[in-house]
Design a protein around this ligand. Structure first.
Ligand code: G6P
Length: 472
């Protein structure tokens, strides 16, 4: 079965991530393009370093070729944001990336991009799913890869330079050059090394890399930058006395950061840091966009500059749509993705890295010092994040009880507002909040809670945990 979630189609390799399904999905996209009369605009496809990613890109291209649609294939593994950039820059109607992003190694998947280099929104993915239903029982034609190359229907490209040049043009390379910074980089066995290293070394940073080899098992870890997965980077930053450690997820759209003291900075902190930096030190103006599970510290920063913070459901497509509608300075999610006005419409770990390094150079301050500056001005909020596995039965029960009948536990805080925009979210009078929702990318229920005190955030999660009988 091919089903699109928060971030594209993802499936276990050999289960639903198969040659057959990749070709069905591709044929469905061909049919959609033909119905819309945009088949002449062509297709561009990239791939990451996962098992079968390159093959899947070729399987897809062989279908596009059989349907007479010209396809550019990026012939080396690249960051997802590079493909989004290419779709935007060259006015493609559609693009694809073979990746399962930060999911475990047994997964692979397909992200579909639409005009402007955006993540396909729900309307688009539902339409693709409808076309898939029509294709499923029919044989899908494919053209021999070599023949398609010779016929010019498939063209191999490697547009790394134009992507990196756009980042180099957007950051203050001169300031970074003068700062003489040392950066530790952890691509988590994924695709960011060449891009981040090239940008930072062009600005004369010293870059020291770990976990750079190609390992489709991601060293046995999840290729997602978290406090748990970045322990090696933390030690490395301290050992090598680096100014900062940067990590990216499997396809380099998400970022993780370690400060010069070896502390893991939560993606929430990175967002707050960059918004604050752009507003205060670079003199930018404008609102900020976050999803419902992202820190309300952004609201405080926005308010202090007389700006608004907009809230959207989880999924970067919602962030980019709102950023476009409000001309926001920055938009991002607590899961680790962000983008900035003027750059691509999707999250970009390579660009975010360059901007963070620029921030150190321009402010002349250590990461921990900027964070302290922010805490001194806006106070602190503590986030508690919990994930739970569930049976189908349990899922249905929670769905019915919590989201349809809208029943909630008693809590020892005054509730200001309740929203069912994405799962359920309670906004508390003390500035805290708790959200319960089903993940759109993994079979998990997520409870996120942010409170002025860490203990209270834990306790509130436990109240919901007990109420929903989630304790293992
Ligand atoms: O909480 P989930 O539905 O699993 O989503 C978590 C994240 O997954 C993907 O990376 C999406 O691109 C993000 O927009 C989303 O924040």
């Amino acid at each position: 079965m091919i089903k699109f979630g928060t971030g594209g189609f993802r499936a276990v390799i050999g289960e639903d991530f198969t040659k057959e399904n990749i070709q069905i999905l591709s044929k469905a996209l061909c049919d959609k393009m033909k119905k819309e009369g945009v088949e002449n605009t062509g297709m561009v496809i990239g791939y990451d370093r996962r098992f079968l990613s390159k093959e899947a890109m070729q399987w897809a291209a062989m279908v596009f070729a059989a349907e007479g649609i010209h396809t550019k294939l990026i012939n080396k593994s690249v960051p997802t944001p590079l493909v989004m950039f290419y779709v935007m820059k060259h006015d493609y109607q559609y693009g694809m990336m073979i990746t399962a992003s930060h999911n475990p190694a047994i997964y692979n998947g397909v992200k579909v991009f639409t005009y402007g280099g955006r993540d396909a929104d729900e309307k688009q993915t539902m339409e693709i799913e409808q076309f898939i239903n029509e294709v499923t029982d029919l044989p899908v034609n494919e053209m021999d890869y070599q023949k398609a190359l010779e016929a010019g229907l498939i063209e191999e490209i490697y547009p790394l330079n134009e992507y990196l040049d756009s980042i180099i043009a957007a950051v203050d390379m001169e300031a970074i050059r003068e700062a003489g910074l040392r950066v530790a980089l952890d691509p988590m066995y994924g695709v960011s090394e060449t891009s981040i290293k090239t940008v930072l070394m062009t600005a004369r940073c010293e870059v020291e890399t770990i976990h750079e080899r190609h390992d489709t098992l991601f060293g046995g870890k999840l290729p997602a930058p978290t406090a748990d997965t970045l322990r090696a980077l933390q030690n490395y930053v301290l050992d090598r006395k680096c100014d900062m450690g940067i990590a990216t997820d499997g396809d380099a759209d998400r970022i993780g950061v370690i400060d010069e003291k070896g502390n893991f900075l939560h993606p929430n902190d990175i967002l707050v840091l960059l918004y604050y930096y752009l507003m205060k030190y670079k003199g930018w103006h404008g609102p900020v966009v976050r999803n419902i599970c992202t820190t309300h510290m952004l609201d405080r920063v926005a308010e202090s500059f007389g700006e608004k913070c907009y809230e959207v459901p989880v999924g970067f497509k919602h962030i980019s749509a709102k950023m476009y509608a409000t001309d926001a300075v920055i938009g991002g999610e607590s899961s680790g993705g962000l983008t900035v006005r003027g750059h691509i419409k999707g999250k970009d770990g390579v660009y975010a890295s360059a901007l963070l390094v620029e921030m150190l150079a321009v402010t002349g301050k250590k990461l921990s010092a900027i964070m302290e500056e922010i805490h001194a001005q806006y106070g602190k909020l503590a986030l508690e994040e919990r994930d739970y596995r569930f049976s189908q039965e349990k899922k249905e029960a929670i769905q019915k009880h919590l989201l349809e009948e809208k029943k909630l536990p008693e809590i020892p805080y005054e509730v200001e507002q309740i929203s069912y925009l994405d799962g359920v979210k309670l906004y508390l009078k003390n500035g805290g909040w708790i959200s319960v929702r089903f993940s759109g990318t993994e079979p998990l229920l997520r409870i996120f809670c942010e409170m002025p005190e860490a203990e209270d955030a834990k306790q509130l999660c436990e109240i919901f945990e007990d109420y929903l009988l989630l304790k293992k």
